[in-house]
Design a protein around this ligand. Structure first.
Ligand code: PMP
Ligand code: GLU
Length: 393
């Protein structure tokens, strides 16, 4: 029997595949160091866990409204007002099973077959596949390391066609860690408004900026706010990757479409996780400060070490918890008895010979690069870098 051509063409998430391989090796007693999936290695703060335990004990264990509980939607609106000076009402908010699910909902709500979505490369691995799931067409803008992996206004203008429906903006970025300045965002906003396209602004790493402050493009005027769909969640800021809570802020029309789809697909996000997310958003941000301090120290160490190894280099990222390592000087050369021609081959070798799990740039639309995540202990970072350095020497 012929299965779905559309869905058979969707490739698996390389970050999750590498993480699964890493966890499998650990389970088999292999001394592997993992830099694959980006998830904070910190525990979920205890006041958040307590809120979940209380929800269970109070019997808050039933279906909730499809788009999320009133309490959580209100807490999200308060967060937008407090952190971003953005005013939304609960009918603009949809809570989903992680920001990944929010993004899938967004593209299903805004795209018709053949609509183009502009994706600056390097991009987070899931964006192109999410667009394809919604019958859209990904259109890539190639950024360069020389331009700090940021696209220029002219590149954006050149990528826009009559079929363009949206631009994906991810600042701070996974995988480059780059952060767009307010002035750069103003230029992007102007082009988006002039061309009447949506901006899907993935702000999941908002809290993880190491110098300067986060600006949401939606803050830059009513015209751009009307065209922006903000995607955010608690996974990264509160070390809650397993709880699966993400959310969007958009026009109520878009929110309604997403809520309708979600009501048939998943009913609602987990009631207990929603109670925990309220505690996260309304509680102290002390745990974020602790994480940030550790991330800065790890980033500085990792960047210095990489740049001290011959033939390897990287930029210093200003947000998120990833480093894109340039391996172009190694490609085509023999390492460990094998010619390494691609980032995939480099990562295969790193895993096999050094027991270091890294993600190849190919999955991020960035051949010639390899992504490290520094959301792991300093001890692991040292061990991983020692192994790669010794192997290349
Ligand atoms: N956007 C980006 C850029 C990410 O790196 C992630 C991490 N998985 C997500 C969205 C989704 O996060 P989650 O589904 O865990 O909320
Ligand atoms: N966003 C993280 C990463 O890029 C988690 C894995 C995933 O969802 O892709 O590694």
């Amino acid at each position: 029997m012929k299965l779905s051509e559309k869905f058979m063409s969707i490739s698996p998430s390389p970050t999750l595949s590498i993480d699964a391989k890493f966890k499998d090796m650990i389970a088999n007693g292999i001394d592997v160091v993992g830099f694959g999936a980006g998830e904070p290695d910190f525990d979920t703060p205890s006041h958040i866990k307590q809120a979940a335990i209380k929800a269970i004990q109070d019997g808050f264990t039933k279906y909730t409204p499809a788009a999320g509980t009133v309490a959580l939607k209100k807490a999200i609106c308060e967060k937008f007002l407090k952190d971003n000076n953005l005013s939304y009402s609960p009918s603009d908010i949809v809570v989903s099973n992680g920001a990944k699910h929010s993004l899938v909902n967004v593209f299903q709500a805004i795209l018709n077959a053949g609509d183009e979505v502009i994706i600056p490369a390097p991009f987070w691995v899931s964006y192109p596949e999410m667009v394809k799931i919604a019958d859209g067409v990904p259109v890539f803008i190639e950024t360069t390391e020389e331009n700090s992996f940021k696209f220029t206004p002219q590149q954006l203008k050149d990528a826009i066609t009559p079929k363009t429906k949206a631009l994906i903006l991810n600042s701070p970025s996974n995988p480059t860690g780059m952060v767009y300045t307010k002035d750069e965002l103003k230029e992007i906003a102007k082009i988006a408004v002039e061309n009447n396209i949506f901006v899907v602004s993935d702000e999941i790493y908002e809290e993880l900026i190491y110098e300067g402050e986060h600006t949401s493009i939606a803050q830059l005027g009513e015209d751009i706010k009307a065209r922006t769909i903000i995607v955010n969640g608690v996974s990264k800021s509160y070390s809650m990757t397993g709880w699966r809570i993400g959310y969007t802020a958009s026009s109520p029309q878009i929110a309604k479409i997403m809520a309708n789809v979600q009501s048939h697909a998943t009913s609602n996000p987990c009631s207990i996780s929603q109670a925990a997310a309220v505690a996260a958003l309304q509680g102290t941000k002390d745990s974020i400060e602790v994480m940030k301090k550790a991330f800065i120290e790890r980033r500085n160490y990792m960047v210095d070490r990489i740049n001290s190894i011959p033939n390897l280099s990287c930029l210093k990222p200003n947000g998120a918890f990833y480093v894109m390592m340039n391996i172009k000087d190694i490609l085509g050369k023999e390492i460990g008895g094998k010619i390494v021609s691609t980032s995939d081959e480099f990562c295969e070798l790193a895993l096999e010979k050094c027991k270091v799990a890294l993600v190849p740039g190919s999955g991020f639309g960035a051949e010639g690069y390899v992504r490290w995540s520094y959301a792991t202990s300093m001890e692991n970072i040292k061990k991983g870098l020692d192994r790669i350095e010794a192997f290349l020497a």
